[in-house]
Design a protein around this ligand. Structure first.
Ligand code: ZN
Length: 95
């Protein structure tokens, strides 16, 4: 008589530990929608209620009225929206 042993191999599952390192000491720089670099700075001038967003790499910039509770990330979102809604208009400007 031959008995089939159930061939379960007891290999333990190994879990990979993923350690994410988040650096919070960096200045608040965001990804530029035009040049794709992480060089966009967003700031809000509380006294004038103006938000200014500038890419230090390609000089893409925008400033607009900030709402009272606006934070730099919000300004950046507006900046990106503006950029995409403008499309490629800035290159069609012919004098
Ligand atoms: Zn840029």
């Amino acid at each position: 008589m031959i008995e089939n042993l159930s061939g379960e191999c007891g290999m333990g599952r190994r879990r990979k530990q993923v350690v994410k390192i988040v650096r919070r000491t960096l200045p608040e720089l965001y990804l530029c929608p035009r040049c794709g670099k992480n060089t966009v700075k967003a700031g809000i001038n509380k006294s004038t209620s103006k938000a200014t967003v500038i890419c230090s790499s390609c000089n893409l910039r925008s400033s607009f009225d900030a709402t009272r509770n606006m934070v730099p990330v919000d300004a950046y979102c507006v900046f990106v929206d503006q950029h995409y809604s403008q499309g490629s208009q800035e290159e069609t400007e012919v004098a």
